[in-house]
Design a protein around this ligand. Sequence first.
Ligand SMILES: Cc1cc2nc3c(=O)[nH]c(=O)nc-3n(C[C@H](O)[C@H](O)[C@H](O)COP(=O)(O)OP(=O)(O)OC[C@H]3O[C@@H](n4cnc5c(N)ncnc54)[C@H](O)[C@@H]3O)c2cc1C
Length: 409
Amino acid sequence: MTELSDAEIVIVGGGAVGVAAADALARAGRRDILLIEKESSLAAVTTAQAAGLVGQVRSSIDRVRLAMWSVATFGELERQEEARPSWRQVGSLRIAATAERAEEFRRLATVADEAGLEVLLIDAAEAARRWPGMRFDDATSILWCPTDGYLQPYDLTMSYQHRARRNGVRFATGVRLEEIRIANGRVTSIRTNRGAVRCEMVVNAAGAHAYHVARLAGLELPIVPVRHEYFITVPISGIRPDLPAFRVPDQTLYGRPDVNSLLLGGWEPEALSLDPRSYALAETPPPIEEDWPVLSNFAELMRPFYPAAPETGVRRVMSGWPTFTPDGRFIIGESRRVKGFVMAGGCNAHGVSGSAGIGRHLVEALTEKDPSPYVRSLSPDRFTETGWDWAEARRQAQKVYETYYAIGH
Ligand SMILES: Cc1cc2nc3c(=O)[nH]c(=O)nc-3n(C[C@H](O)[C@H](O)[C@H](O)COP(=O)(O)OP(=O)(O)OC[C@H]3O[C@@H](n4cnc5c(N)ncnc54)[C@H](O)[C@@H]3O)c2cc1C
C-alpha cells in the first residue's frame, strides 16, 4: 500500500483514462503526481468491461488525429517488454449495407486521407480473404483500415502505469476521495478515507462517478452513464486472434475475434441511461443483468454477415456504465470557476481507445497558452457557463449513444 503524501497533482480514478492522464502529464515533465483509486486494483470498473476495439476512422479530422495519436502510443507501449497492452494491429473492416452508407464511407475515406490515415475501399473478395467465413455478398461498400486493431484494456492500463511509475508517478489503491477543499477559488487539498492530501490540482477521471467528483468542487456537469453490453461466444472453428476487427454500422454492430471466439456488441436503439444524481459518490451504479433480448438481437442482426453468430453458445457477457455527454464530446480541461479542478471524463464509450489522445489533449489544455480550438471546445466551461436542464441533457446523451453509428455522426 502506497503511503499517502502531498502532491502537486492528484488524479482521481485508476481506469484507462486516469492512468493515461498520469502517463501523459509525467511525460510532459510533471513530476509530483499521485493517482488515487478507490478499488483494490486499477482498471477494475468500466475499463475492465471494454471490448478494446481501436478504430481511427471518424467523421472529423480532429477525431481521426486523436485516434491516430492513440494508435501511435499503443505501438510504443507494445515495445515496452515489461508491460505490454497486448495491442494487435490486425486492421479493421467497416461494412456498408446501404447506398447512403457507401456514400458515407467515401466521405470518411476523404477525411482519413486529409488526416493522413491510410484507408482503402476494397471489394467483397478481398474482404473475404481478410475474414474467411464472413459473408460480404450484401455489402454495398467495405472500408479497410490496416492500422486499426484491438487490445486488452486491463493490459493497456498496466502498461501506462509501468511507464508512469518510471517517470515518478505514485499510485495508491483502496483510497477513496471524499472531499475537495477549495480556498479563494482554488483547490488546496482533498480528504480521503485514508487522510488528507494537500495538492494544487485535482484531475477528475472518476468515470461513472465523475459527476459526483465535480459536485465536490461545486460544479454541475451533465455526465450521463448509459448501459452498454456485448457478448463473447464459445470457440468457433476458423476464428483466429489475427483476424481483423469489424463494424457493421447499418446494423449498429461491432466485433472482433476473442482468441478463437467471436466478440459481438452493438448500440441499442433505445438506450438505458442513469441520472447520476440517483446514486451517491460512495455508492456504485446499479448492477446490470444480462439483457438477452438485446444481446440475441445483436446476434440476429449479424446473421446475414456471419450466419454462425446466432447459432453459437455464449461464453461470457460484459457490460457497464460508460458515460456520455449531451454533445458527444469528451470533457477535458481546467474549470474557469475553480482553479486547479481539471476534468478528464465524459468519454462517450471510447475512453480506452481514446485514452492516449485524452492524455495528450489534457496536457495541451493545461500547458499551452493558446490551445487549439478543438481542445478549447472540450472544456467543462461549456456546461458550467451556460444554462441546461437534466431532462434534456439526459435525452441528448442517450441520443448520442443511440446514433453512435448514424450517418455523419
Ligand atoms: C461493454 C463495454 C464495451 C466497451 N467497449 C469499448 C471499446 O471497445 N473501446 C473503447 O475505447 N471503449 C469502450 N468502452 C468504454 C470504455 O470502457 C470507457 O470509455 C473507459 O473505460 C472509461 O475509462 P475511465 O477511466 O474514464 O473510467 P473507469 O474505468 O470507470 O475508471 C474510473 C475509476 O474511478 C474510480 N473512482 C470513482 N470514484 C472514486 C473516488 N471517489 N475515489 C477514488 N477513485 C474513484 C473508479 O473506481 C474507477 O476505477 C466500453 C464500455 C463498456 C461498458
